[in-house]
Design a protein around this ligand. Structure first.
Ligand code: 5AD
Ligand code: SF4
Length: 473
């Protein structure tokens, strides 16, 4: 980790320094930002590395592989730092947050004496008190699901903090999941589905836009199950929320993730059809292509149901492209079942995808099935699936060459004089551009496709008739 301070240096000012290490998904990224926001009123600033921090928080993830082991080994490294710091007279307070914290609770304090506090994902608004008490020498666990709404108690992201994070922001609209897919820990670690109220979300979105944000990605484990107070008779849903957000001036792009096929509803299709601001790109995990496996996973839909949804989406928005999640080697998966997944991938054609070997998560029903698939079979299937998915995403990127795309320039590029950003399809795009364009959405002629990104040049503004900017075709 680059850090220009020496390990034993004091911070340049006397403000307490906070370092959060984030594992896992975008919801954890959002949570980490909100933890910083929660501690900002106490004067906390962001440190670049644990060496420079007074408080280190590990925001953990439990979804796949042995995340708990990774956290314990990171804690081993932090123990050495903590001991060194004690000798220097600048104590270090260490907290563990997120899903591993939620799952381990008190056990974590017992196993790792280096940990001062353990905080579950529903209690981040209590961090200022937790940290103060931990600094006074208490060891604490806060993993209950409290009755109050943490979002009501967390401060709004401050303008300074938000701008520092760039023009694309996350906004968690929903947490938890009631679907109970048989492989997944989320319903246990994040609890049951809770939606944040519409007015709170619109306020937060307006605040983000006032601070310079141009693109908002709505987040939730099951984001399209979001529901809120109705206007008139029907309760509100994610489609209606998107229509309401699209009214905010200055907000140019909307996305949402992650969706469940069962919760795709008519207003969402209408949003894809009618809202230019809603980007033509959807992450819609299917996990597997065999109906037998989908049933054993408790996904509550068939492969055919999924393909029909894709057809409906493409009817609503012909330029939409898709991303998905896949699991290979779920208990009982035969060669034939795996072939059905390969076929579904060929039928859909993905721009992007994430694929994983099935991992036995403690406490989930699939973990105790006696039909576990041998590791070498999982490895071989994953390699075949990833070869196909990589080929599809290479083709997708190659097809972008020659097009003019709208790109939100959200960061400086790797080379001098370069900016980088995202296309409507979340492709990374690099180009030479003046720094004052950072934060802007500009037309870019795509000239080349690389392994994981595109490069291009600023388009002549007068020649942008064929702009791929997320307008419905
Ligand atoms: N094993 C492998 N992959 C998993 N995922 C969730 N749980 C498991 C597991 N036990 C994957 C799913 C999900 C993504 C976030 O992680 O594909 O969509
Ligand atoms: Fe896990 Fe299934 Fe819920 Fe997604 S829908 S969070 S995979 S239980």
């Amino acid at each position: 980790m680059p850090d220009d301070r020496t390990p034993d240096s004091a911070p340049e000012n006397d403000k307490p320094q906070l370092f959060i290490k984030t594992y896992g998904c975008q919801m954890n990224v959002y949570d980490s930002d909100r933890m910083s926001d929660a501690l900002a009123p106490k004067g906390y600033e962001t440190a670049k590395a644990p060496d420079a921090a007074d408080v280190v928080i590990l925001n953990t993830c439990h979804i796949r592989e042995n995340a708990a082991a990774k956290v314990y080994s990171e804690l081993g490294r932090l123990r050495i730092l903590k001991e060194a710091r004690l000798k220097q007279g600048r104590p270090l307070t260490i907290g563990v947050a997120g899903c591993v914290a939620q799952a381990e609770g008190q056990e974590m304090l017992d196993r790792a004496p280096v940990v001062d506090f353990v905080v579950g994902s529903q209690a981040y608004h209590r961090l200022p008190q937790l940290v103060e008490r931990a600094k006074d020498g208490e060891r604490l666990v806060e993993t209950e699901f409290p009755t109050e709404d943490k979002f009501e108690h967390l401060p709004q992201p401050s303008k300074k903090v938000t701008l520092g994070r760039g023009p694309a922001a996350f906004l968690t609209v929903q947490e938890g999941c009631d679907k109970f897919c048989t492989f997944c820990v989320v319903p246990y670690t994040r609890g049951s589905e809770v939606s944040r109220p519409m007015h709170q979300l619109l306020d937060e979105a307006r605040g983000l836009v006032d601070a310079g944000v141009r693109e908002i990605t709505l987040l939730g484990q099951n984001v399209n199950a979001w529901h809120g107070d109705g206007v008139g008779d029907a309760p509100s849903n994610l489609g209606r929320l998107l229509f309401a957000l699209a009214e905010i001036d200055g907000l140019e792009r909307l996305r949402y993730t992650t969706s469940h096929p069962r919760d795709m509803h008519d207003h969402l299709f209408a949003a894809h059809r009618d809202l230019d601001k809603l980007m033509p790109y959807l992450h819609l995990p299917v996990q597997a292509g065999s109906d037998k496996i989908l049933k054993a996973m408790n996904r509550q839909h068939t492969a055919q149901d999924y393909l029909q949804l894709i057809d409906k989406l493409r009817d609503a928005r012909p330029d939409i492209s898709l991303s998905g999640d896949f699991i290979v080697g779920f208990p009982g998966e035969t060669d034939e079942d795996f072939e059905a997944t390969m076929q579904l991938v060929r039928d859909v054609g993905y721009a992007q995808a994430y694929s994983f070997k099935y991992s036995q998560r403690p406490g989930t029903p699939a973990a105790i099935q006696d039909t576990q698939v041998p590791e070498d079979v999982k490895v071989e299937r994953l390699a075949r699936l990833q070869a196909l998915l990589n080929e599809q995403s290479r083709d997708f990127n190659a097809a972008s060459v020659g097009k003019t795309m709208s790109v939100l320039l959200d960061r400086v590029g790797k080379r001098d004089g370069q900016l980088a950003g995202r296309s409507p399809y979340l492709q990374a795009v690099h180009l030479d551009a003046p720094m004052h364009l950072r934060g802007e959405i500009v037309p870019v002629v795509i000239e080349a496709a690389h392994a994981n990104s595109l490069s291009g040049k600023l388009a002549d503004i007068s020649a942008t008739d064929s702009l791929v900017k997320g307008d419905a075709a």
